[in-house]
Design a protein around this ligand. Structure first.
Ligand SMILES: Nc1ncnc2c1ncn2[C@@H]1O[C@H](COP(=O)(O)OP(=O)(O)OP(=O)(O)O)[C@@H](O)[C@H]1O
Ligand SMILES: Nc1nc2c(c(=O)[nH]1)N=C(CO)CN2
Length: 163
């Protein structure tokens, strides 16, 4: 119960700097991090493009709630202001999965229910874990193959790096 997959997103201010703040803050607990992707916004479409990335983290001392608190601490440090659902933000850290954990608690849904529909999560995740499975949904590669072509085209790999 120590390994987790996190999705990172930013579309306000120093987008790359906010993603880097997470990677830097995770330090030795960062097991893998994807490339940075520039992605067209889903949900609310009249907002700037996002930078998105996915990382795999590992810490024997942290359970799923500790990972949620960790993500929220990074969001607070980025002075995130929550104005509307799916609206623009300096930093969003979603807990995609925590190994061996399923949760129906609205404060921490695991796996994150948006994952199967979000190419902005599936593409970077697949890059770092080609064999990944989303619990209850099967291989990430199959979820991605089921997305419409327009979704795939909206996720563009950049040359920016996080470490
Ligand atoms: N797996 C999860 N990861 C992060 N937050 C979660 C998760 N499951 C539930 N939450 C809850 O979601 C709440 C709101 O999250 P947030 O404002 O980031 O939503 P959103 O990014 O607008 O939408 P979405 O959750 O669909 O990406 C948080 O208070 C948190 O407790
Ligand atoms: N492309 C993209 N679109 C989004 C994102 C995101 O991370 N990437 N996050 C949102 C808020 O949860 C709303 N829309």
């Amino acid at each position: 119960m120590t390994r987790a997959v996190l999705s990172l997103g930013s579309n306000l201010g120093d987008r790359l700097g906010f993603l880097r703040s997470v990677v830097d803050g995770l330090g030795a607990h960062l097991a893998a991090v994807s490339s940075v992707y520039e992605t067209a916004p889903w949900g609310v479409e009249d907002q700037p493009d996002f930078l998105n990335a996915v990382c795999v983290v590992d810490d024997p001392a942290r359970d799923e709630w500790a990972w949620l608190r960790t993500g929220q601490a990074f969001e607070r440090a980025a002075e995130r202001v929550r104005e509307r659902r799916w609206g623009p933000r300096t930093l969003d850290v979603d807990i995609v999965t925590v190994e061996g954990v399923r949760s129906a608690d609205p404060a921490l849904l695991l796996p994150h229910p948006g994952t199967p529909d979000r190419a902005s999560v599936l593409v970077p995740w697949l890059e770092i874990e080609p064999e990944a499975e989303l619990p209850g949904h099967g291989p990430v590669a199959a979820l991605l193959a089921a997305r419409p072509e327009a979704d795939l085209a909206s996720v563009r790999r950049t040359t920016l790096t996080l470490r």
